[in-house]
Each structure stands twice: as C-alpha cells, then as structure tokens.
Design a protein around this ligand. Sequence first.
Ligand SMILES: Cc1ncc(COP(=O)(O)O)c(C=O)c1O
Length: 398
Amino acid sequence: MVNWESKLSDYARRVEPSAIFALLDMPRAPDTINLGPGEPDPALFPVGRIAQIIANELTDSGRARTALQYTVNAGLPPLRERLSALHRSRGLPSSKDNVLVTSGSQQAIDLVVSAFVQPGSRVAVQSPTYPGAMGILKAHGAAIVTLDDAFREAPREFAVIYVTPTFSNPSGETLDIAMRRRVLDLARGSGAILLEDDPYEAISFEDATPSTIQSLDAKNGIEQSQTLYTSTFSKSLTPGFRVGWLHGPSSIIRKLTLLKQSEDMQAGTLSQLVAAEAMQFVYSEHVPRLREEYRRRRDAMLGALERHFGGQAKWTRPAGGFFVWMTLPEHVDAVALLRVAALQGVTFVPGTACSHRGEYKNCLRLSYSTNPAATLEEAICRLGSAFRSFQKLTAGSR
Ligand SMILES: Cc1ncc(COP(=O)(O)O)c(C=O)c1O
C-alpha cells in the first residue's frame, strides 16, 4: 500500500484542517443551535430572481452558448465592467483591467499569498483574524506576526499585511480611519503588499462606513496603489456561486490572472453571468433587506447577551457583518465550555481558532447570521445555562 503521507510536498504537509471543522463531530443535543458558521441565511437568498436570470440565459440559445462556454481567465468582461463601475461609484479610479474575478474571496487571498509569500516571509495580521486566511498563510510557511507586534517592530520588512478592516471576521469590529491610515503607513514603511479583505462591506447597519484602505492608498490613482482589495458576492447574494473579485493595479492583476489560470482557469461562466445580472438589483434592492434582517438578529443577540451575561462577560457591538466576539472571565476555557454547551444545545467557534498562537482561550465567536431572532434568543439562553453549569463544574479547580 502506498504511504501517501511520506510522499506529500512540504506545502501539502502544512495544509491543516480548520480548527472549526475539527469541532464538528463533538457530541451534541439533537436540536442544537449552531452559532458557529459565518454563512448567510439561505432563507434570505433571492431564489426567484436568480432562477429568472438563469432561465433567461439558458432559454435563448445564443446566450446559452456563452453562459455554458469558457470565458476569459480574468473574468466575464461585463461583470468586470460592472465591478469597476462599483469602485468608481465609491470614488476610486478603476477600469475592468483593475478587476480579476475569483472563485470567492478565499481564492483571492490564496492568489495574493501565492504571489508574495515564500516559506519564512513575514506577514502581519490583525489579531484575532479570519481562520481561513491563517490556514492559507500557514500552508505557505508564512512567519505570522500580529499587527500590534508589527507596529512595535516597524520599520522591519513585511511581505504582506492582511486585514479585514470592516465588520471583521471574527471580532465584528471596524478599524476607524486613523487606524486605517496607520496600517497603510505600516505597509508603506515596510514595503508590504496590503491585502484588504472586505467580504462583509454590504452588510452594514449604520449610514457611514470608513473609506476602504485601498481608496486612501489610491489617491494618486489605482496604478500607484500597493493595496489589493478583495470582496465577494458570498454574503450579499449567495456563496454557492463562488464569485468574488480582486481589485488592484492592472500589472499585478495580469500576473494574478496567470496564477488563477493555472489553478482553475476562471470562475464559472454561468455564476459570473448571474452575478453580473444580479448587480442590477443586489445593492439597490436586496442588500437593504439583508441589512434590516441581519441588524434585527444582531440586536436580538446583543439583547440576549445583556440579559444572560450582563456583568459577567464583555462582547463587541458590530456595526455590520455576521459576528459578535465575546470575552468570558480569564479562567474559562472556551473549548471545554463548548463541550458542555453542545450537550445543552448550542455551539460556537472557540476563540483559539482565530489566533495563530492559540490566544483567546476565553473568547467565543458568535454568529447571528444563520438563525432568526427568536432562535438566537434561545441560543444565548442555552449558552447562559451552559456557562453556569461550566462554572459549577470547574468551581473546585479554581
Ligand atoms: C474574512 C473572510 N474572508 C474571506 C472569506 C471567503 O469568502 P468567499 O466565500 O468569497 O470565498 C470569508 C468567508 O467567510 C471571510 O469571512
């Protein structure tokens, strides 16, 4: 029998299962409410409109041939046009040559890391950070440093700085404009490529969100910018289409397109057609509904946290996105709490999954995106009683 393990490349050896998936087979109550996934609620997908778009594309034989054929590696031209118009409408100079359509933002992160990170390259990340990006960085052998340490160490060199400055996964927090400038200055001073990951930007609950770091950086034109920006239709439309994009200087977009070509040629043509058509209503009609519903859910979660944990824990108050980040007293081990909570019918992501050095032992990522308000209240009530059971169980050892 082949010993597959012994034959793996260094890269393949470094790819690890996400700490989040490793927790999925934990014993749990049958009706467990999962506050773990960072997924949009499928009940909110605009299924009828998507079905109509697909029917229109496929019933006309000329359009169907385009929809089912390969397209250019950088992405379907009308979608790239519309995405660059979206950036222009936000005050950024842009043409379709500044856009690469990717198979989700996950691939955008992977392409940028593949292009700029070698084993041992220093990469600065927010702490806590998105586990999916950390997995890619670890697989490429990056030497990961927290942003706070990077500020202290400046002006040392970094290959890449990776940030989710708006409605972050996992903390729900948004960097203010001063902090965005500070991150940009760090990138400029350390020669780093700045990767701005912005998947939740559409899901905002307040009128104003600070300018993207890329727009601060591109004051003299996008071609001079050292920021690469990625966003996605995964949260604003559906993740199943796997359509995201990168926006940046055209010369590096060309290089990243070559990398994408060798990975998967292009994002799916039909998915891109749907995204291009859906752009006519996503931001104007669909996103306002999502904002209203997700805001209601956030409020339900925050209200329930206040009732069940008031005075015993801290949590963030996100101005958008899908996540609340909760900090319990120091002695609490969130993985041990999760085992108790799963038996009492609620699960979440323990904070350690969001740190490259196992920090945030007493923190929880709680997602309010996939459950309606009443279910979230029940989930937090269960979490409160699991916390009290946990406190009793561990009282003797404290
Ligand atoms: C911060 C962050 N970046 C990237 C992604 C990947 O998104 P996509 O579905 O577009 O690949 C996610 C998904 O949850 C995310 O939270």
